[in-house]
Design a protein around this ligand. Sequence first.
Ligand SMILES: [Ca+2]
Ligand SMILES: [Ca+2]
Length: 213
Amino acid sequence: MVSCLMVAALVLASCAPAAPPEEEAAPVEKEEAIVTPEEEVVTEEEEVVTEEEEVVLVVEIRGSPEFTRQTEKALSLLQNKAPDAFLKVQYFIGIIEQGEHSGMWAYEDPPRYEVSDMTAFYSVTWYAGTIAHDATHSQLYHEYLIQHGNPVPQDVWGGTKVELFCILYQINVMKSIDAPQFEIDYLISLDGKYYDIDGDGDLDWDDYYGRDW
Ligand SMILES: [Ca+2]
Ligand SMILES: [Ca+2]
C-alpha cells in the first residue's frame, strides 16, 4: 500500500482560482450585529426523529476565531441559497482549514480544503463559491475512486478541463447566492489554466507554493 506521504508527494491539491484583483474587491461589509438565536422550543412531536433526520453531516473548521466565523458565514450562505452545493460540500469536504495557500486535498481522509486568508476574507460570496468549486474537485476524485479504485489519475480531478468544469459549477452557485456581478464576470473570464502558476504546463509543488491565494 502506498503511504499518505507518498501519495502527497505524487498528487497535488487541485484548487479554485485566485480571487479577482484587489482593486475590484467589494467594500468591506459592516460587522453584522450578533443575533442571539431564539430559544429552542422542543415539542414532544419534534422529539420523534426519524432515522433519516438523524444523519448529521458536518464540516470541521480549523483556524482562528475570525476564520471560523467567516467559514460559518460562507457555509450558511450555501445552506440557505444553494442547498445542493451545501449538500455536496457536506459529502466531499470533511475539514476546512486555514492555511498559507488554498488547495483541495481530496485524497486525505477526510478530504481537507485548505484555505488562505486571501481567499477566505476576500468576500463571503467569493469564499462560498470556492468551497463549492473545491467540493467538485473532491467529488470527481471520490467518484472515480469508488468506481475504479486507486490510483486516481490526476487528470480525473485536476487540470485545465476539470478546472473549467468546476468553474462552471462555481458560476452557477455564485448566481444562486447573489454574488456581485464582477466576481461572476471574473470567473467567466478565466481559461482554466490558473493552476499552472509558473506556466510550465504542469501542476506541481512549484505551483502550489507559488500561490498567493
Ligand atoms: Ca513544474
Ligand atoms: Ca507548473
